[in-house]
Write a protein that binds this ligand. Structure first.
Ligand code: NAD
Length: 399
């Protein structure tokens, strides 16, 4: 079939197999062009949420920067004869093939990371193939979680807290700056969001792997968060998502003492805003990102997903690294985004931006390009008019 982007709101329902492979390759080539992180770097890494965004970049830096064996978990849709897979499915295939070419162990387990069954599959795989792990990267972003003990299906909401919010945003397709009204979350919606995106599942993973004796001495685990600034606080940090992210801070504090005997630690890492499947779904954020990208690109300070994660591994996870921690003990990677001059300029533009000047003040086209790239579209060297086999010739088990 010939695969073209089919965009519905903030998702693209098609993904280009060759384009996704090009996306993975581009990240690998970047990591290989950087100084090696092999010395003292983690050697056996588990990435939860390995198929896209920050998790995929973490897996790529672990493997191609540190030379690590990687086990990944993701929740992706396999292809059918006449329907493409999700982008993450193609990313996993491309990653595994590239790792195999370099003689690096790479296995991906697809299914629900929140379930006990997946934890058991991972435990068995580690026991069989790796013995133990040195690093666990927790990079899940999901709208739902079926609780493994209560079986309740929790759905997250992306809403402000307290009062209704009237705020600027952007209609990405139409390129229009708009004002939106967002109703506040109920206490139940907030609790559900914490149940999905908070730290409980991270704790369950550490408990399960720890009880099975699979955490190596010096084991570290990282979960990712976003804080941002007052422009996005009303919908992010001070909203339902912020409550869930606060719960990650709680979980990090609860996990670290359990790792004491191993001289291990759990940390939350605060990352910069990028375009990902998850972040595109958050109202307001695309407008902020479009302004931020313009300001950072103009100053030569822009970092994409893999550059950001490469810098985190090189400056914060390498042996002997001096950690840049805040008062809560989080690793701060958002130092460049939150630079005073950058934020002052973004704030100035935020007050001025309208549909007429958006192209001048912001980088909505950069946002759109990054969004399409997530699904494998927009890579030079990929023939988008050529027929491709969406199954990549990989036989799929009957549904
Ligand atoms: P993403 O949408 O690109 O990737 C999410 C990953 O989670 C995918 O691999 C997906 O398959 C996997 N996943 C979702 N549900 C799953 C399930 N039930 N079982 C197994 N795997 C599942 O997301 P992202 O933007 O890279 O976000 C990853 C983390 O980084 C999140 O915690 C997010 O809050 C954080 N973060 C993101 C940004 C940003 O701007 N995107 C900024 C800072 C922090």
């Amino acid at each position: 079939m010939i695969v073209k982007p089919r965009i519905r709101g903030f998702i693209c329902t098609t993904a280009h197999p060759t384009g996704c492979a090009a996306h993975v390759q581009e990240q690998i080539q970047y990591v290989k062009s950087q100084p090696s992180l092999r010395e003292g770097g983690a050697k056996r890494v588990l990435v939860l949420g390995c198929s896209g965004g920050y998790g995929l970049s973490s897996r790529i830096v672990s493997a191609f920067g540190c030379g690590a064996a990687t086990l990944g978990v993701s929740f992706e849709k396999a292809p059918e004869e006449n329907r493409t897979a999700t982008a993450g499915w193609y990313n996993n295939v491309a990653f595994e093939a590239a790792a195999a070419q370099e003689g690096l162990y790479a296995k991906t387990l697809d299914g629900d990371a929140f379930s006990d069954a997946m934890k058991q599959r991972v435990i068995e795989r580690i026991q069989k193939d790796l013995g133990q792990i040195d690093l666990l990267v927790y990079s899940l972003a999901s709208p739902v979680r079926q609780h493994p003990r209560t079986c309740v299906l929790h759905r997250s909401s992306i809403k402000p807290l307290g009062e209704a919010l009237h705020i600027k945003s952007v209609h990405v397709d139409r390129g229009e700056v708009i004002e939106v009204d967002l109703e506040p979350a109920t206490p139940e919606e907030t609790a559900n969001t914490v149940a999905v995106m908070g730290g409980e599942d991270w704790e369950f993973w550490i408990e399960a792997l720890g009880s099975a004796g699979l955490l190596a001495t010096g084991f570290r685990t990282l979960a990712f968060t976003y804080i941002g600034t007052e422009l996005t606080w009303p919908i992010y940090w001070e909203g339902t998502l912020g409550k869930a992210k606060e719960d990650l801070d709680r979980a990090a504090k609860a996990i670290t003492p359990r790792l004491q005997a191993l001289k291990g630690e759990a940390r939350v890492a605060v990352l910069k805003a990028i375009v990902s499947q998850a972040s595109s779904a958050i109202p307001v954020v695309p407008l902020y990102v479009a302004l931020l990208f313009r300001v950072m690109k103009d100053r030569g300070l822009h970092e994409d997903c893999v550059r950001h994660i490469q810098r985190m591994f090189a400056t914060q996870l390498a042996s002997g690294a001096t950690l840049r921690l805040d008062d809560v003990g989080r690793i701060r990677m958002d130092d460049v985004e939150l630079g005073e001059e950058i934020q002052a300029e973004v704030r100035r533009r935020w007050a001025l931006v309208n549909t007429g000047n958006l192209a001048e003040l912001g980088d909505l086209s950069g946002f759109r390009e990054d969004f399409l790239r997530i699904f494998g579209f927009g890579f030079s060297g990929v023939d988008y008019d050529a027929e491709v086999d969406p199954t990549l010739g990989i036989p799929q088990p009957a549904a």
